[in-house]
Design a protein around this ligand. Structure first.
Ligand code: KIV
Length: 272
């Protein structure tokens, strides 16, 4: 007799229920099968195949260079490692801003070729037509406002956004527009905690996931390389490191080098 244990998959509805019940949502980026498996088995609610892959996987300075084909490669690897978590994939720069037909075509490729459960897209009013067209095709959308890294050359720096009244008002308007259009959730990046609190607790009914947006959001997201201490240079105030993997991996690599050079590895038991 086989014992069949049903895994309760996280859906966009699960996240809405979690917000309604005041249960915080955990989200982390993942770019490959092996880490996706670990995060999924650990109980992470959402895995984001972020275009931060451009930085942490490919070594580019910004998120702009990564292509749709490269995102699809990362996303399909992540999906193969997941049993329970919701998998959301960033639409990369240049694949949705041109017009809404192009945006839909990009989103459809992600859904068809990766098996992911939805897409994330940066921007508000400017991309609303694309948002509506993608949603009309039945593809769930997570919005992303505040510091939107694909616009880094417009902003000029990675500093906190929406500190001034005018930008905060525009952000709130964009939040409302995305919710009204039907986005299932929103990422708010690097904005004042008080503004994120107002959006999450007063303005919006959909879940708000923060990164550098304070503790009143409905959930939190971090880039896995930052959270695990694989990056040592990136130390923003909002980041909490849960491991110092850079040091641990360096020590392990040096140990291995020593063992190979001294002919300690492999030993008698480690050969055939
Ligand atoms: O690409 C990414 O990793 C992201 C997160 C920072 C939210 O968009």
């Amino acid at each position: 007799m086989s014992v069949h244990t049903e895994i309760k998959k996280v859906t966009t509805h699960t996240l809405q229920r979690m917000k309604n019940n005041g249960e915080k949502i955990s989200m982390i980026t993942a770019y490959d099968y092996s880490f996706a498996r670990i995060f999924d088995a650990a109980g992470m609610d959402v895995l984001l195949v972020g275009d931060s892959a451009s930085n942490v996987m490919a070594g580019h300075e910004t998120t702009l260079p990564i292509t749709l084909d490269q995102m699809i490669y990362h996303a399909s690897s992540v999906v193969r490692g997941v049993n329970r978590a919701l998998v959301i994939v960033d639409l990369p720069f240049g694949t949705y801003q041109g017009n809404s037909k192009e945006a839909l075509a990009s989103a459809v490729r992600i859904m068809k070729e990766t098996g992911a459960h939805g897409i994330k897209i940066e921007g508000g009013e400017e991309i609303l037509e694309s948002v509506k067209r993608i949603l009309a095709a039945g593809i769930p959308i997570m919005g992303h406002l505040g510091l939107t890294p694909q616009s880094i050359y417009k902003f000029g720096t990675y500093s906190v956004r929406a500190k001034e009244e005018a930008e905060a008002e525009k952000l709130k308007k964009d939040c409302r527009l995305l919710e009204e259009a039907g986005a299932f959730a929103l990422v708010l990046e690097k904005i004042p905690a008080a503004l994120a609190k107002e959006v999450a607790q007063e303005l919006l009914h959909i879940p708000v996931i923060g990164i550098g947006a304070g503790r009143h959001c409905d959930g939190q997201v971090l880039v896995m390389h930052d959270m695990l201490g694989i990056n040592t240079e990136f130390k923003p105030r909002f980041l909490r490191r849960y491991l110092e993997l850079h040091q641990e991996i360096t020590a392990a690599a040096q140990h291995y080098i020593r063992d190979v050079k001294s002919n300690d590895f492999p030993n008698e038991q480690e050969q055939y």
